[in-house]
Design a protein around this ligand. Structure first.
Ligand code: CO8
Length: 252
């Protein structure tokens, strides 16, 4: 069977259990056009439903993870148009995936590029990575979740600074701020390694873990703890728990 052909992304399997999606609009610094997003959503959905795949890695090029939404596409849009068509609505689709998504960021992750990284479950960055929300310089504001997810990730004052000034932060600063998990050379290899490791765990507990951690963004502490406990209880009905690797725990 021919695998799906894409024009704006590359899809590969660097290990049998991992899907690697690479943005492929080098001339536009991987600007996130609508056609790119439709392809991305299709590839993500395929990986999410493929039983062999346990985790997904999302990356761009050395120079740019993604330099934002496509400015050329947005330039002539009018209010009625973006409102009626709920412009950017499909951007949220990747947050509904069951499987973990790791962003491997090199170079620019600006505007929508930064927001897309923030939608991923884990962010690894190379020392060249630069994060920022430059929308303020275009007379708009973040529209892909940046204003909300940054507050959760780095707190109000820092989020406010980024959103109001458009300043770019380095990978090192983003790491200090807890916005990303860590800075590393060979970021794609490291992300694939991590994804392969995650994919080797029980898929049901991985899915449950992702679900409960993400619930912390939306629930009160009491509701979140209840949701965690119930989900935890539910896992005692799975085969993975019966096979369990408790001896590993005991040895530690
Ligand atoms: N959209 C479309 N094309 C882009 C984009 C973009 N976001 N970014 C870069 N490009 C293109 C450039 O136009 C240029 O193409 P061409 O050669 O045809 O003119 C090519 O990529 C290379 O770019 P540069 O020559 O500018 O490369 P430099 O190395 O000089 O600069 C920068 C790199 C600093 C990243 C610079 O390109 C830049 O500032 N880009 C724009 C960054 C930006 O403002 N991003 C935010 C966009 S807005 C956004 O993401 C909002 C998200 C959702 C909200 C939407 C609400 C409506």
């Amino acid at each position: 069977l021919m695998s799906t052909q894409y024009e704006n992304i590359l899809v590969s399997n660097p290990s049998p259990s991992v899907t690697l999606i690479t943005f492929n609009r080098p001339k536009a610094l991987n600007a996130l056009s609508t056609p790119l997003f439709l392809e991305l959503n299709r590839a993500l959905s395929e990986a999410d439903t493929d039983q062999k795949i346990g985790a997904i890695v999302l990356t761009g090029s050395e120079k740019a993870f993604a330099a934002g939404a496509d400015i050329k596409e947005m330039k002539d849009k009018e209010f009625a148009d973006v409102y009626k068509n709920n412009f950017l609505e499909n951007w949220g689709e990747m947050t509904r995936l069951k499987k973990p998504v790791i962003a491997a960021v090199s170079g620019y992750a600006l505007g929508g590029g930064c927001e897309l990284a923030l939608m991923c479950d884990i962010i690894l960055a190379s020392p060249t990575a630069k994060f920022g929300q430059p929308e303020i310089n275009l007379g708009i504001i973040p529209g892909g979740g940046g204003s909300q997810r940054l507050v959760h990730a780095i707190g109000k004052s820092r989020a406010m600074e980024l959103v109001l000034t458009g300043r770019q932060v380095t990978a090192q600063e983003a790491e200090q701020w807890g916005m990303i998990s860590r800075v590393t050379e060979n970021v794609v290899d490291e992300a694939v390694k991590m994804a392969t490791d995650i994919a080797s765990k029980g898929q049901i507990s991985v899915q449950a873990a992702k679900e409960v951690v993400n619930a912390a963004y939306e629930l009160t502490l009491a509701e979140g703890l209840r949701f965690e406990r119930r989900t935890f209880h539910g896992l005692f009905a799975t085969k993975d728990q019966k096979e369990g690797k408790f001896f590993v725990v005991v040895q530690v």
